[in-house]
Design a protein around this ligand. Structure first.
Ligand code: ADP
Length: 482
């Protein structure tokens, strides 16, 4: 099959979160199964320079206000990319794909990402280049107009899928842009792109795509409820027959403790002494007391309300009283930044906070910590707990979304049977989180139980192979119905 991914991020070219991990890894897993997959991505500054074997794929004379080229190339990781070179849309100098900073959007994002959907639809219809996909697989709101443009064109077209990586980000824009976005007036309807008086890019995809997926079975159920549905639960219930939850995997080359070049010492399940060495190096580097027996909890996260880290701040005194240390790497909300900075300042040998984005440190946190905490209010899949499992960095997670689907709670039965891989808590409260953190400290203190749990966690396989097969089955099902 020929499959076109359309997305705004892909590892190793541009990343602000888990979307990039998925788009960087799933196409390669599909390619390993014999499929021809290309990833359509805006050529933000620097993207073209990082592609090898570049060739011209197609030209567009007018892409929302200027000419554009689509260039084909390949990343060092083996990802086949089609990069949209449209300087009038994408040449803005910023480390962030969506705005001058992580918290501010560019004013023309409606055009920048409508263009992504438009080019995907042109390639899908065979009007941009000779390579014509059987499937157009759009990801999140930024690519959300691809299924809409294809459906509205009413031509022979590929089958379309939208994958929701986070329902909270919907891409809502003023209806005055309708004509500029090349959408007909008739599409501005409940049965179309309209969402509460605005143009909704994700809403459009949920309406027009042939199929909807999200990134865990539990999140697929949750988003059909008012509590998690972000106003779209009615539409999602209506489409529940075409909605699946397929768990994300991790890139097992990128996240492999046995071959992780960021780590002071690479290790596996049978060489955990080296993980202890990584812990000591990390404690030292962060200014924490170098205490091998102090349980070290870490966080690698966007600092946002979604991630529930305010609960962790409140639970911190109890965690410290239990003798544990905490290391946080993250960027985002000012309030959480101030909170974690203050906590680190108050007890620099027990709490460390590193603000910002740091790929290398994220690996060293996984390689050197005992636990990773993910107390999210909602979590479509979550990747850091999956990496944590692979690195023997036992997850402590909220029982929601993909966290509920990937971590086996250390309740008495699971401990007795030796199947536990981490700790879950519910409901979303400081008390419940605190309770889970203290259960984790208690298991850590029992070295037999701890080693068994760590080994069990490391034996879990969250590579992409199984999920890639599910996507293939889904694509084949859609094509068979054509
Ligand atoms: P989300 O996509 O909601 O941000 P995920 O858990 O799905 O959350 O994915 C987050 C990804 O971003 C992981 O690969 C994680 O390691 C990475 N990450 C998050 N914060 C940082 C940071 N400050 N520095 C480096 N990597 C980070």
């Amino acid at each position: 099959m020929k499959i076109l991914f359309a997305a705004s991020e892909a590892q190793p070219l541009v990343k602000t979160g888990g979307l990039a991990d998925v788009v960087g890894a799933l196409p390669r897993a599909l390619a390993a199964l014999g499929h021809d997959v290309k990833v359509l991505l805006p050529a933000y500054p620097g993207v073209l320079d990082r592609l090898r074997t570049r060739t011209m794929h197609s030209n567009l004379t007018d892409l929302f206000g200027g000419p554009a080229k689509v260039e084909a190339g390949r990343t060092d990781t083996g990802l086949d990319v089609l990069a949209i070179d449209a300087p009038h849309l994408y040449a803005k100098q910023s480390a962030h794909p969506y705005g001058p900073s992580a918290s501010v959007d560019w004013e023309d994002n409606h055009l920048r990402f409508a263009a992504l959907g438009w080019v995907a639809s042109a390639i899908g219809r065979g009007t941009a280049g000779a390579w014509v996909p059987d499937i157009v697989h759009a990801h999140d709101w930024q690519a959300g107009l691809a299924p809409a443009y294809l459906a509205l064109a009413e031509e022979m077209r590929p089958r379309t899928i939208i994958t929701v990586h986070n329902l909270a980000f919907q891409g809502l824009f003023d209806r005055k842009h309708l004509a500029k976005l090349r959408l007909p007036e008739s599409a501005f309807a409940v049965e179309g792109v309209e969402f509460h008086g605005q143009i909704g890019f994700l809403k459009a995809a949920l309406h027009y795509a042939d199929h909807i997926t999200t990134v865990s079975p539990t999140y697929a159920r949750e988003i059909q409820t008012p509590e998690f549905g972000a106003g779209l639960d009615g539409l999602l219930r209506h489409r529940s027959g075409q909605l699946d939850g397929i768990l994300n995997g991790i890139d097992r080359d990128e996240w492999n403790p046995e071959r992780d070049r960021y780590l002071p010492a690479m290790y596996g399940a049978h060489s955990l002494a080296k993980k202890a060495h990584n812990k000591a190096v990390l404690q030292e580097a962060l200014g924490l007391a170098v205490e091998p027996r102090a349980p070290l909890f870490c966080v690698i996260s966007r600092l946002s309300h979604q991630k529930g880290l305010d609960l962790l701040l409140t639970a911190l005194p109890a965690l410290r009283a239990a003798g544990a240390q905490l290391a946080v790497l993250g960027s985002g909300d000012a309030e959480l930044t101030v909170g974690f900075s203050a906590a680190a300042k108050a007890a620099p040998t027990r709490v460390a906070f590193r603000s910002g984005w740091d790929e290398s440190l994220s690996h060293r946190f996984q390689g050197g910590s005992d636990f990773i905490v993910v107390p999210s209010r909602f979590e479509p899949c979550g990747l850091t707990q999956l990496c944590g499992l692979r690195y023997g960095t036992v997850p402590v997670v909220a029982r929601v979304g993909g966290l509920a689907d990937t971590v086996i709670d250390a309740n008495e039965a699971a401990l007795a049977d030796g199947v536990a891989t981490g700790f879950q808590f519910a409901p979303q409260s400081t008390d419940a989180l605190q309770n889970a953190l203290l259960r984790a400290v208690a298991v850590y203190a029992r070295s037999d139980a701890w080693l068994q749990m760590q080994g069990r966690a490391m034996s879990r396989n969250f590579g992409w192979e199984r999920s890639a097969l599910r996507y293939v089955a889904l694509y084949e099902g859609l094509l068979a119905r054509r």
